[in-house]
Design a protein around this ligand. Structure first.
Ligand code: GLN
Length: 273
């Protein structure tokens, strides 16, 4: 299939012009796997407002004031296969994304969010689009090289609030391996990794693909990885079935067209998984 002159950034800017008229839940039928091929020309009636939490490279981060990343490109490509239009990206701390969704501030979450039972009680997830485990990041070439979670005992450890990485650390606190005072929580992982390289904490627990990105950019290394078998999904309100179905159809379409692989290669190179 030929890639035409579709420019995703120009598309986002264009779609943003209709941002004030975010009507949802009025989607027409979207063909199963094939998708609707870009949808209506009138622009505003099926617009959805996407939300994310920058500071989680390469899934979402700010570059020169603009939010970019794998999730941004993937959701844009997926929505382009439906009859919906994508509005302006809204940025929140990760912990605030689900409340923003349920309070109608946004219509879809694209934030490397792990599908789990607790979240599934409040929101609906799309089919999974990426896999991840939890890695433990330490300073590069340092003397602290833990090989299991129990080795974190007695060391200050960081994670981002409301994440599955934080759940790993909280479990250590609950089972007495780690003192509560040794758990440092952050609004985003960029701040946690800064505290690690500054020597304020000794380890950060976070999703492996993001840990690998920090390894490429900073003086940090992965000490070990816990195989949690997490899978990311887009998050939607539970009453937005039409949207959830449409995004699942769009996901299938971008996989079949090879677009998914292109976007993955663009942001992960050969590390993609
Ligand atoms: N995948 C992890 C979670 O869902 C982290 C997501 C994130 O920090 N953006 O909790």
């Amino acid at each position: 299939m030929r890639e035409d002159s579709f420019d995703r950034r120009a598309y986002l800017r264009g779609a943003g012009a209709a941002g004030l008229f975010a009507l949802t839940g009025t989607a027409g039928c979207v063909g199963g796997g094939g998708g609707g091929g870009g949808g209506g020309s009138d622009g505003s009636s099926n617009q959805i407002v996407p939300g994310t939490a920058p500071g989680f490279p390469p899934f979402e981060m700010k570059e020169g004031g603009e939010i970019v990343g794998f999730d941004i490109d993937l959701l844009s490509a997926v929505v382009a296969e439906t009859d919906y239009q994508l509005g302006n990206w809204q940025a929140f701390e990760f912990d605030s994304l689900i409340p923003a969704l349920t309070n109608d501030k946004i219509d879809a979450i694209a934030a490397a969010m792990t599908i789990n039972e607790e979240r599934d009680e409040t929101i609906d997830f799309s089919n999974p689009y990426y896999n991840a485990d939890q890695s433990v990041l330490v300073r590069g070439g340092g003397s602290f090289s833990p090989s299991a979670l129990a080795d974190l005992s007695g060391h200050p450890v960081g994670a981002q609030e409301g994440t599955t990485g934080e759940s790993q650390v909280k479990t250590l606190v609950e089972n007495g391996t780690l003192q509560q005072s040794n758990y440092n929580s952050y609004g985003n992982y960029v701040l946690a990794v800064e505290d690690l390289t500054n020597g304020n904490i000794d380890a950060v627990v976070l999703d492996k693909p993001v840990a690998q990105t920090f390894v490429e950019q900073r003086s940090v290394e992965i000490a070990f990885t816990v195989e949690t078998g997490e899978r990311y999904g887009f998050g939607m309100r539970t009453d937005d079935d039409d949207l959830t179905q449409a995004l699942n159809g769009g996901l299938e379409a971008v996989r079949e067209s090879g677009r998914y692989e292109e976007i993955r290669n663009e942001w992960f190179g050969s590390n993609g998984g």
